[in-house]
Design a protein. Structure first.
Length: 151
C-alpha cells in the first residue's frame, strides 16, 4: 500500500508494539513529534510516541497534518469519548484524503475516512462497516485504504 501510515500506540511495562509498512521500515526515536525515516529496519515503538511509516518520500506529511487528522477524528461528535487513534494513513493518490483507525474500551474499534478542504481535515465517514461507501470518496482512494462497498 502506498501512502503514509502512522501507528500510535503505547506499551505496558516491558512490552513493545510492532508495526511495519508494506514496503518500507521505519526507525522511531522517543520524541513528542512523529519521525519519518526511510530505513530498511523494522518499526518498533516502546512508548506512546507516534510512529510514522511511509512508502512515499520521507517528510511527505507534516506532524501538524498528522495531529490535525488525529484531532479531527477524536473531536468528531460520533466517536466515543475514550477513543484513541491507532493508525493514520494519508493517501498517496490524493493527499487530501486520509484513513484512520481507532480503539475505544467502551465502544470497540472504528474506522474513519477524512477529507481536507480549505486546509481543514473533516471526518466524512465513520463506523465499523461500509466506511466511505456513498460518501464521495474516490474509488481509487477506497481501494488504496483497503475499503470496499457491497455491490
Amino acid at each position: 500500500m502506498a501512502g503514509l501510515a502512522v501507528v500510535l500506540g503505547g506499551c505496558a511495562g516491558g512490552q513493545q508494539q510492532e508495526a511495519a509498512a508494506a514496503s518500507v521500515g521505519v526507525d522511531a526515536t522517543a520524541s513528542a513529534t512523529p519521525v519519518v525515516n526511510a530505513s530498511p529496519t523494522s518499526v518498533v515503538a516502546a512508548s506512546a510516541t507516534p510512529v510514522v511509516a511511509s512508502s512515499t518520500p520521507a517528510g511527505a506529511a507534516s506532524s501538524s497534518s498528522i495531529s490535525a487528522i488525529a484531532d479531527a477524528v477524536t473531536s468528531d461528535p460520533a466517536i466515543a469519548q475514550d477513543a484513541s487513534v491507532e493508525k493514520i494513513t494519508i493517501s498517496s493518490i490524493d493527499p487530501t484524503w486520509a484513513y484512520a483507525t481507532t480503539s475505544s474500551p467502551s465502544a470497540g474499534g472504528a474506522q474513519a475516512v477524512l477529507h481536507q478542504t480549505g486546509g481543514t481535515w473533516k471526518v466524512v465517514s465513520l463506523g465499523s462497516a461500509e466506511v466511505g461507501c456513498g460518501d464521495g470518496v474516490p474509488a481509487a482512494v477506497m481501494t488504496e485504504f483497503g475499503l470496499g462497498c457491497p455491490s
